[in-house]
Design a protein around this ligand. Structure first.
Ligand code: BES
Ligand code: MN
Ligand code: ZN
Length: 508
């Protein structure tokens, strides 16, 4: 069994909580809730009151308390999901509670869930519906298993969200939440895939499959077309591998697009990173199968943007290759010429992401991008700087970086800005070429970003380093181990905000 994920069939209802015909009813419970409001009183059985007094049911963040519903109700279980202090409640919390609750339902083998959202729960109803739908969809994901004796896993079949209001805004929010949840799962599925299964060629085929039916235009460039564009950096990285490279271009060109702007999204698509001749140590090298997470996020984001019919022209560009130490591999000291004409002295073949992105960013500009974002598992240095929960943001001008950061907040992808002062450029000076591909240990995430900036010209550009955030090494209540799908929702939120940034005077 490979990765499985399914979107539960969602319905919205204003029925009282007790009327929900559901196996499993999820209710966020704040620490301060006293269980006497009407909703709670109908659902809380005697065991709940006792549990509250005993301190077993506290409302602490992500606590799950399962209760047998009182007789007369048709639901079989009520699960109170701890929502923490009411004053700290946010959309991101609610998304995480929905994930936590959805995973709890699946563990208990329940497939028909209800989610009770009380009007007093602080967020407006459309926002709540959106993030609950996202969360329950994200919970409905089981990472790749190639075990021959694997038991089939339980997935949610349907989910009914109970709210105090209904209308067009709630319906639209549900549709958006479903698309965002699904695009997160598509990204996770791709990033989880082993390197021998998801080769560059297979990755490109998956991109085509994902784009099919969305209205996106797809162009897959093979090694010959990549060569005819003189993409010496992408070809240089690909030389060490038996697998040919690919360059996938997805375009979203809606008839009602805002005039004058094209969002160019470029994702790192290294399907496996051995480090090349500057080979990585054995420990944890297996994790480098996720080195295409940025590319996966770009592909899934383009599909989501098309499905949501976002009125802005968008390009998704993903250079795909392995980084292997084959006999023809690029060597330290070699000089490569990029499609943009700039020459690069390779000092470390493990700094391959910036190389393929250099040619990718150049191509985005060739195809008319006016605003650039690249997403990459680029540097270990970014993991050192910001840890495993926060992606690094690098770019110019500040207004454009701020747009991406705000989008990431709405998406529930934490990110934080890092400096890109010109002073750091010194570290990329080469004696024989325009620049080197590494700037040493100091400020390693920043010099990686500055390398990519060399190819962005004067366009507004942001680089998102997801080296720390793309993969979860430990299970959290709201985040199973494995690929996280980070950045895909951020990219979609940026596209959705085109109205605000297309008017910004953002020449870098
Ligand atoms: N894919 C890695 C970055 C990475 C490291 C991602 C750890 C996730 C976890 C990237 O290609 C790489 O190897 N970067 C080098 C750059 C260095 C040689 C300048 C690094 O970070 O060590
Ligand atoms: Mn590398
Ligand atoms: Zn890499």
């Amino acid at each position: 069994m490979k990765t499985v994920h399914r979107t539960p069939s969602f319905t919205l209802t204003r029925d009282t909580a007790a009327e929900l015909e559901r196996d499993f009813i999820l209710i966020p419970l704040f620490e301060s809730d006293d269980l006497t409001d009407a909703t709670m009183a109908r659902l809380a059985g005697p065991d709940v009151d006792q549990a509250r007094t005993r301190g077993e049911l506290t409302g602490k963040l992500y606590e799950v308390f399962l209760s047998v519903v009182p007789t007369g109700d048709r639901a079989r279980r009520v699960a109170f999901v701890g929502a923490g202090p009411r004053k700290d409640f946010t959309a991101e919390r609610l998304r995480r509670l929905a994930i936590t609750g959805g995973l709890a339902a699946r563990r208990g083998r329940f497939t028909k869930v209800g989610f009770v959202y009380r009007a007093s729960d602080r967020l407006d109803a459309p926002t709540a519906v959106q993030v609950i739908a996202e969360g329950l969809t994200i919970a409905n994901f089981e990472g790749a298993s190639y075990r021959s004796d694997g038991e089939p896993c339980v997935l949610l079949e349907s989910a009914e969200i109970r709210l105090a209001t209904s209308g067009a805004a709630e319906d639209a929010a549900l549709a958006k939440g479903i698309v965002l949840g699904e695009s997160t799962n598509i990204t996770r599925e791709l990033a989880n895939e082993p390197g021998n299964h998801l080769t560059p060629r297979r990755f490109a085929e998956r991109a085509v499959e994902i784009a099919t039916g969305t209205g996106l235009k797809v162009d897959v460039l093979d090694e010959e077309r990549i060569a005819s564009l003189n993409m010496g950096l992408l070809l240089g990285v690909a030389r060490g591998s038996q697998e040919p490279p690919r360059l996938v271009v997805l375009s979203h060109e809606p008839a009602n697009a805002i005039s004058g702007v094209t969002l160019g999204l470029v994702g790192k698509g290294i399907t496996f990173d051995t480090g090349g001749i500057s080979i990585k140590p054995a420990e944890n090298m297996d994790k480098m199968k996720d080195d295409m997470s940025g590319g996966a996020a770009v592909i899934a984001a383009l599909a989501a943007i098309a499905r949501l019919k976002v009125p802005v022209r968008c390009l998704g560009i993903v250079p795909m290759t392995e980084n292997m130490p084959g006999g023809k591999a690029v060597k330290p000291g070699d000089v490569l010429t990029s499609a943009a004409g700039k020459t690069v002295e390779i000092l470390n073949t493990d700094a391959e992401g910036r190389l393929v992105l250099g040619d990718g960013v150049w191509y985005a500009r060739q195809l008319g991008a006016t605003h650039l974002i690249d997403v990459a598992t680029l540097t270990g240095a970014c993991v050192v700087a910001l840890g495993k929960t926060t992606s690094g943001l690098f770019g110019t001008p500040e207004e454009w970086v701020a747009q991406v950061q705000q989008a990431s907040d709405r998406a529930g992808d934490r990110s934080w800005p890092m400096p890109v002062f010109d002073d750091y450029k010194e570290q990329l000076k080469s004696e024989i070429a325009d620049f080197t591909n590494t700037g040493g240990r100091a400020g390693g995430a920043i010099t990686g970003a500055l390398f990519i900036r060399e190819f962005a010209g004067d366009l507004p550009w942001v680089h998102i380093d997801i080296a720390g955030t793309a993969w979860a090494e430990e299970t959290k209540p709201y985040q199973p181990k494995g690929a996280t799908g980070v950045a895909v929702r951020t990219l979609v939120e940026v596209a959705l905000a085109a109205d605000s940034w297309s008017k910004l005077n953002v020449s870098a």
